[in-house]
Design a binder for this molecule. Sequence first.
Ligand SMILES: Cc1cc2nc3c(=O)[nH]c(=O)nc-3n(C[C@H](O)[C@H](O)[C@H](O)COP(=O)(O)OP(=O)(O)OC[C@H]3O[C@@H](n4cnc5c(N)ncnc54)[C@H](O)[C@@H]3O)c2cc1C
Length: 389
Amino acid sequence: MLVVGSGASGLAAALSADRAGASVAIVTKGTLQSCNSAKAQGGIQAAFADDDSPELHAEDVWRSSHETADRRLVEVLTGEAPDAIHWLEELGVEFTRSNGGYRLARCGGASRKRLLQVGDRTGHAITTALRDAVEAATVETFPKSPLLGLDQTGSGWRARCGDETLEAATVVLAAGGRCYREAEERGELSTNHPGATGEVTQIALDLGAEGRDLDALQYHPNGGAWPPNTQGYSIPETTRAYGAVLVNADGEEFTDSLGPRDAVSQAIFDEVEKGKGVTTPDGRPAVYLDTTRIAPADAEISLPYMLRRYRAAGVDPLGEPILTYPVLHYQNGGLVIDTDAESTVEGLYACGEIAGGTHGRNRMMGNSLLECCVFGRRAGRAAAAGARA
Ligand SMILES: Cc1cc2nc3c(=O)[nH]c(=O)nc-3n(C[C@H](O)[C@H](O)[C@H](O)COP(=O)(O)OP(=O)(O)OC[C@H]3O[C@@H](n4cnc5c(N)ncnc54)[C@H](O)[C@@H]3O)c2cc1C
């Protein structure tokens, strides 16, 4: 079977399919390391707290999606979250701990503390562990081999990938979203890596696969606005979980800083529109994120990379508020899938950001890495079974 993409979802699918006994190849556009997953900082959600449950987690997803998510997918996502975390631990991911348990933060839209972290390089830790496991398995890898075309054959699929033509009984599409291309076309900043251009979604749609909510793109409320080395950087949402608040030019709080992402982004746009924003030295709109309210001990444990990045440019977020403005970040919608991550085209699976439904029209932070693991594993297992059938 063939996996397209080497982010967290593609790696999870390939590893699970390999363990299910399939002969697996991964093709990817750039290097094996190049993906959005590795850039994820904030964390991954799972209900571990005493006052939490997969049902409460599912309710938060449903509410944050404005009741547009696919409830069957949400139940799988939140129900399998604790198991996915243990699976990652078996692969070597060491989540930050405190007081004998996981260090859990509350993220925007969540009713409980549920976000597990590996410092503020969670995606890097997860993709490194998954890639090490894939490289130790018998998975064949084809870097710099972008999927260019996919055709159905009598026995499955023929894929044109760069200079290679590969035959496979089943195919897992794990090629991520399109926010890099979309931001370029709009002349805006994006947090995404340059490979996030969306052509694989189009290939699937052209084959007749159904899509949903493809117009619903998510702005990360806290893009870096200044200094220049932070433009296009997403300031981790954990800054707000650990006490940072959004304030306008007059120093007034103007929104619930831990509201759902779309609400917080809109509040910033509105505040700037009302003339209550500030302007960066290079003329961009912004508001303040008052990071001075974060306790230094929390920042040292949960935000070390963020601190290094700002301090390298001469700004200390614990000593002064930083400038922020929303940036294009995530494709909420995608290909329609069932609970085995199969698209509406038989033998064609989709997992991760390329798939739709799990988050409806508005994703909560920390549920995308989770989706990659939960549905990546399901896609790998189902595609392996499909390849044997
Ligand atoms: C800066 C940043 C911070 C984030 N923080 C968090 C967080 O804290 N928690 C959270 O849950 N989520 C977070 N997210 C979102 C999350 O990381 C991503 O949505 C998720 O990891 C996507 O995984 P994926 O495997 O679907 O896609 P990706 O990781 O983007 O991987 C897609 C892969 O497909 C390849 N590809 C693309 N086109 C082709 C093609 N034509 N042929 C072959 N291969 C192709 C790419 O090169 C890449 O290897 C963050 C995202 C960003 C950008």
